[in-house]
Design a binder for this molecule. Sequence first.
Ligand SMILES: Cc1cc2nc3c(=O)[nH]c(=O)nc-3n(C[C@H](O)[C@H](O)[C@H](O)COP(=O)(O)OP(=O)(O)OC[C@H]3O[C@@H](n4cnc5c(N)ncnc54)[C@H](O)[C@@H]3O)c2cc1C
Length: 378
Amino acid sequence: MKIAVIGGGPGGLYFAYLMKKHDPSHHLTVYEQNAAGATYGWGVVFSDIALSFLREADEEFYKEFTARHERCDYMEVVHKGVHVQLGNNHFSRTARIDLLNILQGACRRIGVDLCFEQRITDLSALSGADIIVAADGANSHVRSLYAEAFRPSVEQRRNKFAWYGTHQLFHPVSLIFRETQHGIFIAHSYQYSRDLSTFLVEVDPETWQRAGLDRKSEEESRHFCGEVFRPELGSNELLSNRSPWFQASIVRNENWTHRNIVLLGDACRSVHFSLGSGTRMALQDAIALHDGLVQNGNDVAAAFRYYEAVRRPATSNFQSAADKSLDWYENVSRKMHLDPVMFAYDYMRRTGRVSHDALRERDPRFIAAYEAASQAAA
Ligand SMILES: Cc1cc2nc3c(=O)[nH]c(=O)nc-3n(C[C@H](O)[C@H](O)[C@H](O)COP(=O)(O)OP(=O)(O)OC[C@H]3O[C@@H](n4cnc5c(N)ncnc54)[C@H](O)[C@@H]3O)c2cc1C
């Protein structure tokens, strides 16, 4: 089979790797608009459950990928300056560029053609392909080209984000809530390598304007956010890697396939990063599409049906949890009066998917503190 993959992000590369490894007679070409070493952002985080599926799909890649991960088995919610620890929340962190480098190396070793600095704007150039995988990200060009067939919807959420790095090491995943004279600033931070942490700043649009961030340059914004979180950053500064303010867009598609074209990863559906699972979803898409093709041979339509049957329910479940998480962050001002333990509890229950008992099982000490705090409040 001749398969063209548009987009050399985690989803496109992993799919190409799995297909070529399963059957070296397939011709796989990945077209990526950027240069080989380019990426945006800093580290990415996975919950530990999020990685077991990779081991099942391909042990070799799993081992190489997880070898240098930073791990921690608890997280922290920092509210009113108090650090509340939440035990038994396992996270694995890595640099996004490391993930891409490992995938590129694995693809090269088995003979996937990687074409960098090649932006695909017209699919007629790929007319010889049996399958075209559109793994071209949340702003997918392929999805726009065939919008009538895919019927996408893109919902822009209100909060503003800037994705920084820092040499300050946040060993646990740390969510820091800071009240300022302008409003609330939130930092999502975690160490992902020996000497770097991700530091994603979130702020509602009204606070953003009151703080004058709408008029500040990228450099001035970076400096401003560094001062907001000075107590946590110590003497370290925030670092920039194409870090302008942006808003999250939530992508959905009524149809995931059209003729021999299939959407994969963020192009197909995006989940908000407050749940830190977009990369995992893209990798799981790659596995399901690969499985569908392996099980159905040359019957591409049957393979696409399998892919959608497996991935649609997971997507809907996840997107509805992510929506609740987003609502929580966007309305956090209503929760800021809570004492730190009650606040952390509310955060943990925000998607409705984690019960009180499940939390007790994870961290009995935290639940005892919560029950004492709510009794005192009553
Ligand atoms: C601030 C932020 C933090 C995040 N944190 C996490 C996290 O902690 N954990 C997590 O799991 N996920 C996280 N994500 C989400 C994650 O980055 C995405 O879900 C994931 O990268 C999706 O992979 P993908 O392969 O579908 O798309 P992408 O990674 O977007 O890759 C698409 C690729 O296609 C290329 N491309 C686009 N158009 C064309 C074209 N026409 N021709 C050729 N190439 C093209 C692009 O250059 C890009 O390399 C985060 C996202 C953001 C914005």
